[in-house]
Write a protein that binds this ligand. Structure first.
Ligand code: ZN
Length: 151
């Protein structure tokens, strides 16, 4: 039997071990800082915008495996997306991590690679680790100056 759960874990371990788009961006148009006090995850998000599109995105900081893997997966998905598409993705991802209803295949497909993180919904404190990078992205898009906290 093909075990989907193991595959998901493997993807998370891989993205934690070698995070994509990790590093400071010197010519970023937007920078935002996020903090999850429950777990101690900290990250900085860097955005390069081209009109209303995300031309480039990177992150740095230190956090647990879930927060690092989530930021790695998120930055991979976001490149080339419009800001509206990015915000829609955030809303879908957040909703699926916080509602109790079972997901249908269509919703899961729409999430693409981010679906590997759906397992964390059974661990409410881990949901904050997985969504920290998204809250930070939202803050970067809005151009907020104060650091984001999940609390
Ligand atoms: Zn964490």
């Amino acid at each position: 039997m093909f075990d989907l759960k193991d595959l998901y874990q493997e993807v998370i371990v891989d993205h934690n071990r070698s995070p994509r788009n990790f590093g400071k961006m010197d010519n970023a148009d937007r920078v935002a800082e996020g903090f999850n006090p429950i777990c101690g995850d900290r990250l900085n998000l860097y955005l390069k915008l081209d009109n209303n599109r995300i031309a480039d995105v990177s992150f740095d900081g230190s956090g647990c495996a879930i927060s690092t893997a989530s930021a790695s997966l998120m930055t991979d998905e976001l490149k080339g997306k419009s800001i509206v598409e990015a915000e829609t993705m955030f809303n879908d991802f957040h909703r699926m991590l916080t509602d109790d209803k079972p997901h249908d295949m269509k919703q899961i497909e729409q999430l693409g690679k981010l679906a590997v993180l759906l397992g964390v919904k059974h661990y409410p404190t881990r949901v904050k680790c997985a969504t920290l990078c998204w809250h930070t992205l939202h803050s970067a898009i809005e151009g907020k100056k104060t650091p984001v906290s999940t609390e």
